[in-house]
Design a protein around this ligand. Structure first.
Ligand code: SF4
Length: 73
């Protein structure tokens, strides 16, 4: 295992593709498994962006990384 005594000269980056399912067209953070309520505080936060989410019932975070596929009706 490397010990990086001389520092890190580069990082190997990875990306993940995930699928999050929202019921019908109710797209808001409360259904997302990455949304959690901060213990002892009455506010929620996104595990992926670390943003505070102010209205989990109505919105998604402004930096939400999910790309939505819209179902045509
Ligand atoms: S911002 Fe996006 S990824 Fe984060 S909790 Fe909300 S829906 Fe999930």
């Amino acid at each position: 295992m490397a010990d990086f005594k001389n520092g890190v000269s580069y990082y190997t980056k990875g990306h993940a593709v995930i699928t999050v399912a929202f019921p019908e067209s109710d797209v808001c953070c409360r259904w997302c498994p990455f949304c959690y309520e901060e213990k002892g505080l009455s506010r929620s936060r996104c595990r992926l962006t670390n943003d505070m989410i102010y209205a989990v019932e109505w919105t998604i975070g402004e930096n939400c990384p999910i790309v939505f596929e819209m179902k045509e009706e």
